[in-house]
Ligand binder design. Structure first.
Ligand SMILES: O=C[C@H](O)[C@H](O)[C@H](O)COP(=O)(O)O
Length: 233
């Protein structure tokens, strides 16, 4: 990642940090942008800010522990004040694609348990139509072949074509923190994300998908010397 790109992520992270108040229960996202948030948050915690966070992945949990951000779980703290997370794409009405890092299931559970969700990103994540980024779909490994076929058929019925690929890492299937697999769906354009989300939700082998609709309240997007606010300020 270029230094400039990292700087944009830090700017967006700082804008989100301004929304964090003492005593808040936070959902803490996953990915390179969310990690910049953890770093600026940790500095504030070292300076005396009292917060507690629920991490959305083992990776985020490890970074929080390393930097001294206090953690809890959704079992101990089932209601959160604010979740701050990155995104792979930010589309109209703050519809998102997430899951490029494979954390979409925990991210969605944590976002849904939060009163407010803020998305932080650099401007490359803004799109007019979701779908250029391959949509991550988390599936149970049982019945993988059948589930992939059903996803394919379902997508085709909605007019969506494109390769479905089981995600790999180092030549082996990528396994999520929840022990599932990811199918990346290269649809190119998803003109009706809600229809696709509903259809995917109805497939038994699909555990969750990376379409985050009606979850994000605000996005802070850095680029061209400013941080733009989308949604509720
Ligand atoms: O599973 C990963 C998450 O959804 C990330 O928030 C998303 O992939 C964006 O990551 P990054 O900030 O590294 O672009």
């Amino acid at each position: 990642m270029s230094a400039d790109m990292r700087e944009l992520k830090i700017e967006a992270a700082r804008a989100a940090l301004d929304q964090v108040e003492d005593g808040m229960r936070l959902g803490i996202g996953t990915g390179s942008t969310a990690e910049e948030f953890v770093r600026v948050l940790a500095e504030r915690v070292a300076g005396g800010l009292t917060v507690i966070g629920v991490p959305t992945s083992e990776r985020t949990a490890a970074l929080c522990l390393e930097l001294g951000v206090p953690l809890t779980t959704l079992d101990e703290t089932p209601e959160l004040d604010l979740t701050i997370d990155g995104a792979d794409e930010i589309g109209p009405q703050l519809g998102l694609i997430k899951g490029g890092g494979g954390a979409l299931l925990r991210e969605k559970i944590v976002a849904a348990a939060s009163r407010r969700m803020i998305v932080i990103a650099d401007k490359s994540k803004l799109v007019e139509t979701l779908g250029r980024f391959p949509l991550p779909i988390e599936v149970n490994s049982f019945g993988l072949g059948a589930t992939v076929r059903t996803i394919e058929r379902t997508a085709r019925a909605l007019g969506l074509e494109g390769a479905l690929k089981v995600r790999e890492r180092d030549g082996r299937p990528f396994v999520t923190d929840g022990g599932h697999l990811i199918v990346d769906a290269s649809f190119g354009r998803i003109p009706d994300p809600r229809a696709l989300a509903n259809a995917l939700n109805a497939i038994p082998g699909v555990v969750e998908h990376g379409l985050f609709l009606d979850l994000a309240d605000t996005a802070f997007v850095a680029g061209d010397g400013e941080v733009r606010t989308f949604g509720a300020a």
